[in-house]
Design a protein around this ligand. Sequence first.
Ligand code: DGL
Length: 261
Amino acid sequence: MEENPVLIFDSGIGGLTVLREARVLMPERNFVYVADDAGFPYGSWNEPELKSRILALFEDLLARFKPVVVVIACNTAFTLAGAALRQTFPEMTFVGTVPAIKPAAERTRSGLVSVLATPGTVKRAYTRDLIESFASQCHVRLVGSQNLAAMAERYVRGDAIADEDVRREISECFLEKDGRKTDIVVLACTHYPFMANTFRRLAPWPVDWLDPAEAIARQARRLVPTVNHLKSGDMPDIAYFTSGETDFATRRLIQGFGLQV
Ligand code: DGL
């Protein structure tokens, strides 16, 4: 029996960190992975242009793939266009990704939390509102990295990334104040968990690197209707790249995630 797929969306490979978790929770479902690689990186776009792009793209994606639920596995996209997507396509259920500021504020002991994100997410009113609503008792440092998402793209395709380059991007996350130290860094870009082991190795002291992928997948699980049969082997999960061009390293990576381009 064929069900409508769950569509997972990101600007690049970041949403694969969410796909990984979603597959475990919804093994009976087919997935379509969409990377808007033609628009990557989202982090450096102007807000109005990026919002229009995402809305126009979904006009096509919803008609093309007829998903049961859409997971916007991208902080940069959802903090900007989440509300507009829900308003424009009221029939569709959108699961969002926002910086995990609330769980970080609940968990921190030192009260010093950093949010490592794209420059776009750092600028968003949505992010400021999250801090005001859930973390006003904490000192939250927003760190917008120009280069990390692109580094993660290269890293997962097997390129070597110099330690110094990574250290430069993450160093601002570490703050010491009145004898206290940052103890949580929120990975507020879905690309970053791919590099979490490198971050751990290069961190000046141990911190909790908060990856929201599992929580996003759980939320999707709650919203996707359960079916009482296993997935048939006939329908492959697919990946769709908006550029229409995928090089060998990308196809290899995508195949490693059990997807067909
Ligand atoms: N993966 C995206 C996020 O979660 C952003 C990457 C980009 O700059 O396009 O924010």
